[in-house]
Write a protein that binds this ligand. Sequence first.
Ligand code: ADP
Length: 268
Amino acid sequence: EVEISPVPAARGEDPFFFLMLFHDRTVEHEVERMRSDFVANASHELRTPLASVIGFIETLQGPARDDPVAREKFLGVMHDQARRMSRLIDDLMSLSRIEMKRHIPIETRVDLNTLLRETCEMMAPLAAESGVALEFEPPQGEFLVLGERDQLIQVFSNLIENACKYGDSGERVVLSLSAGRNRDLSYYDVSVRDFGAGIPAEHVPRLTERFYRVDAGRSKARRGTGLGLSIVRNILVRHRAELLIESELGKGSVFTARLPALKDGRSF
Ligand code: ADP
C-alpha cells in the first residue's frame, strides 16, 4: 500500500508545483504486525508457567493440603516454573535494552582476544556443570573492533551456553578467533564449535527468530527461553556484524560472529 500525498510547494511559489511524497505503508504495517505478534508470543510464554503455578497453589490449598509428599513435589515444580518466568523476563529486558540502543553509534574499542579469554573464564563453571571441556587457544596479538563490551560478552556467552546445552556431554566446546578479508573488508571471526547432534538444515535460517526452538519439547527440557539467538542477532546487527551458522547432523555445529576489524583506529 503506497500513500501518495501532494504537498503544495512553499507558499507564494508556483501553485502548480507539487512535491510528491511516497510513503510506503507496507513497512509500517509489517513492523506493527511483528510488534503485536511479539507481545502475543511473550504473553503466551509467560502465561504458561504462571498458569501452572496458579494451578499448583490451588491444589496445595485444597486436595493436597495435608499431603507432605505432594507438597514437596509441587513446590519443586513451582520453583522451576517461577525460575523459568524469571529467565524469560531477564531475556525480554535484554532485548528491550538492545532495542533502545539500536541507533546509538558505538565508539569504544574492544580487544576480542582479551574479551574472549575473560568470557571463557566466566563460562568455565557452566561448562564444567554440563560436563563439557571449554577450549580456547588465544592467537597472538590484539583483535580490535568497535564494540560495546557488555553486549559482546553477552553474544559470546549465549553462544557458549548453547554449545554446552546442545553439545554432547563429555565432548569439547572449542572457541576460536581468527582474522580474514573479503575484498576490501577486514574482519575477525569468533567461532564456537560443539560436537552435539547438529541442527536439521530447514531450521537453520529461522534460529534467530524470537521464541523459535527446534523440537520445542526437547529444547524446553534444557532450560532455554528461545530468545538467546535473537539477542545475539540484535547485538551483532548493532555492531555491523554477521552471524554465520554451519551445522552437520550427528557431528555438531559452528556459530561464528563476524565483526568488522578496526585497524589503525579505523574501521575497514
Ligand atoms: P534456547 O533458549 O531455546 O536455547 P536460542 O535462541 O538460544 O534459544 O536457540 C534457539 C534454538 O536453536 C534452540 O532451542 C535449539 O533448538 C537450537 N540451537 C541453538 N544452538 C544450538 C546448538 N549449538 N546445537 C543445536 N541446536 C542449537
